[in-house]
Design a binder for this molecule. Structure first.
Ligand code: NAP
Length: 294
């Protein structure tokens, strides 16, 4: 079997054009969704993520308030900027690009964001709401994974989904969303991590394998069953002197080999990545609608 490739760029584009139409309608009612973006420091990967997010906002008509702060920014300065954004009615969503420089207290920063503007879905209140099945901003990468599966016709209900990785931003929320009662959910979920004995024992039973470990070749062809759906969240830089940047991006899955066995598979780049940014835009529009009682 050769897998069909799930084109994350194309699905992301579909959702973005749906959002652009929605934003145009909102603008006729005087509502302009706004995203406040904060980047502290010079980390090149973070800089490129933030630039991509700002560009995506401009393309679909979201106002973005961009703030590039030096690596020497203090906790008090960062909290003051967040407080100003919390109070600014033009800003419906606040994005603090992580990781922050080591001298800054990340959990205090996330707690300072008004949960109603927490479009990354990282505030504990939104995490809690998500876990108990209440209305919440869903974290962007897990939500993007669900959307791309749903829009590719993957049957999640009743499926056995095995996730490799248990981080707070990908593995854990994804496990919660997949096991929830409801649409795009009702799966049976297994979560693997570095202390799991024999990950392949679990992934070979999976209808859906989701790799979010941050390590190339974490999922190889011998670890999946024929016809499995394989979603690769991982983004890893591999040295490559033939590339201008000196590196290329690969996922956590041995793509070429797994493609021969899976029914559906996501590439890296061009898979989950574009969906993550898109769901940030989605949450920002949702937040603007809620703030204006739409
Ligand atoms: P993270 O915080 O480093 O967590 C990685 C998780 O994977 C941990 O739970 C870790 O287990 C587990 N793990 C690591 N190596 C493993 C191995 N060899 N076998 C089994 N489990 C292993 O990473 P993250 O933030 O979740 O991100 C994961 C990957 O997704 C990264 O490559 C990241 O760049 C990428 N990512 C992509 C997007 C996107 O939009 N495409 C968004 C977010 C993240 P322990 O808990 O036991 O340490």
């Amino acid at each position: 079997m050769t897998a069909k490739i799930i084109d994350g760029k194309e699905i992301a584009q579909q959702i973005r054009s749906e959002l652009a139409t929605e934003i145009q309608n909102l603008k006729t009612r005087g509502i302009v969704p706004g995203l406040g973006v904060i980047l502290v420091g010079e980390d090149p990967a973070s800089r490129s993520y933030v630039t991509a997010k700002e560009k995506a906002c401009h393309e679909i008509g979201i106002y973005s308030n961009d703030n590039r702060l030096p690596a020497t920014t203090t906790q008090a300065e960062l909290l003051a900027l967040i407080a100003a954004m919390n109070a600014d009615p033009k800003i419906n969503g606040i994005l603090v690009q992580l990781p922050l420089p080591k001298h800054l207290n990340e959990s205090e920063v996330l707690l300072a964001i008004n949960p109603d503007k927490d479009v990354d879905g990282f505030h504990p209140l939104n995490v809690g709401r998500m876990v108990v099945g209440e209305k919440a901003f869903l974290p962007c990468t897990p939500h993007g994974v669900l959307q791309m599966m749903a829009r590719s016709g993957v049957k999640i209900e009743g499926a056995h989904a095995v996730i490799v990785g248990r981080s707070n931003i990908v593995g854990k929320p994804l496990a919660n969303l997949l096991m929830a009662k409801g649409k795009m959910a009702n799966a049976t979920v297994t979560v693997c991590h570095t202390r799991t004995k024999d990950i392949g024992h679990y992934t070979r039973q999976a209808d859906i394998v989701i790799a979010a470990a941050g390590r190339p070749n974490t999922v190889t062809a011998d670890m999946i069953k024929d016809g499995a759906v394989v979603i690769d969240v991982g983004v890893n830089r591999i040295e490559d002197s033939s590339k201008k940047a000196g590196f290329r991006l690969v996922g956590d899955v041995d793509f070429e080999a797994c493609k021969q066995k899976a029914s559906l598979i996501t590439p890296v780049p061009g898979g989950v990545g574009p969906m993550t940014i898109t769901m940030l835009l989605y949450n920002t529009v949702e937040s603007a609608k809620r703030a204006n009682g739409v």
